[in-house]
Design a protein. Structure first.
Length: 344
């Protein structure tokens, strides 16, 4: 589902959700419009502000229904609004204490009204009519509305579903391998907001080993962040067996480990042959920026590692003369190439 082009983006919708949030939120200051609100991953606002009456939120019906692809009609004679989407027909007459979804009566906690030319109805009816999920996120004081009915993303490796996008957040449950989910949005480079088939909204790691979800633009941004951070250490001296976590010297694998941890919060093992067990394998002709390249060295099948920097270049370290440096991915290196792994 796509947001209609004319719908403005922003955050004012938080006001209209107070009737559905916990009691502490219901009585919040209605002048606070700073909280982000997302409909299927897109931030929303309205030209006609919502209002709060008796603890319930009245919202502009047309804007929300049209954002979800419904057609809205107004009968001035009967003061009745009709919204139609697929096989759902929602009908409401201004002032009544009930509305109708097809022939089913929906009792209203408060009567709708016209404010500044907009038909305003309680938010709860949006959920009851269109089957949306509404989720309040305490960690960020933000709200998600999801209308998803398809679960297109497959879990590749068991991963925790959390109530906030950080590893210290409460675990709602573990999503097992092969279960399908819907990705609502990318929170940042490390976390996805998702909806599960049991109608739960939560957050899981965006690391590539957990799902088959792919977003080229997001991956490119992460790669740029990774390489920009790594480039800060150009010329840093090479030392075989360099201590992890410090930046005075690096060897090939301590450099890769440090850059991935600091730039993208991705934990990798200390040595190259263990790093090569992480992520997913990538063919040589499908490399993209940020992929990790492994080579034979010192009699080992995997004894050297570097980061593919795009445009046929590698960012790595192995030389006391050069330290951390960029180098062309020439035939010299391709003859020693062992594997490439994608970590995000």
């Amino acid at each position: 589902m796509k947001i209609k082009n004319g719908l403005q983006t922003g955050t004012a919708l938080m006001l209209l959700l107070m009737g559905m949030l916990p009691a502490a939120i219901t009585h919040a200051d209605t002048t606070d419009t700073s909280l982000p609100v997302y409909l299927d991953g897109h931030p929303l606002s309205f030209e006609t502000p919502p209002v709060i009456e008796d603890g319930y939120s009245l919202v502009p019906l047309r804007a929300i229904f049209e954002a979800e692809g419904a057609k809205v009609a107004w009968d001035d004679n009967t003061r009745t609004v009709t919204a139609t989407k697929n096989d759902i027909v929602f009908t409401y007459r201004i002032g009544d204490m009930m509305a109708y979804k097809n022939k089913d009566q929906l009792d209203m906690p408060i009567a709708g009204k016209i404010i500044d030319g907009s038909t305003m109805i309680p938010l709860r009816l949006i959920s009851e009519t269109l089957g949306n999920l509404v989720k309040w996120h305490e960690y960020s004081r933000s709200i998600t509305i999801s209308s998803a009915n398809e679960y297109e993303t497959k879990i590749e490796y068991g991963v925790n579903l959390r109530d906030a996008p950080n590893t210290s957040a409460q675990v709602l449950r573990m999503i097992p391998k092969s279960e399908n989910i819907h990705v609502i949005r990318e929170v940042d480079a490390n976390w996805l907001e998702v909806q599960t088939k049991d109608k739960t909204i939560g957050f899981l790691s965006a690391a590539s080993q957990y799902t088959d979800y792919a977003n080229v633009a997001s991956a490119d941004k992460k790669a740029d962040e990774l390489l920009a951070f790594g480039a800060k250490f150009l010329g840093t001296p090479y030392e075989f067996g360099a201590e992890s976590g410090q930046t005075k010297t690096f060897d090939c694998s301590s450099f890769v480990q440090y850059v991935f941890k600091q730039a993208l919060s991705i934990d990798l093992p200390r040595v190259s042959y263990n790093q090569a067990l992480k992520g997913t394998e990538v063919p040589l002709d499908e490399l993209r920026k940020g992929d990790v390249l492994f080579f034979d060295a010192r009699g080992l099948d995997i004894g050297h590692v570097g980061i593919y920097a795009g445009d046929g270049r590698i960012l790595h370290t192995y030389s006391k003369e050069q330290g951390v440096h960029y180098e062309d991915f020439t035939d010299k290196w391709k003859k020693r190439f062992a594997t490439a792994r994608r970590m995000f």
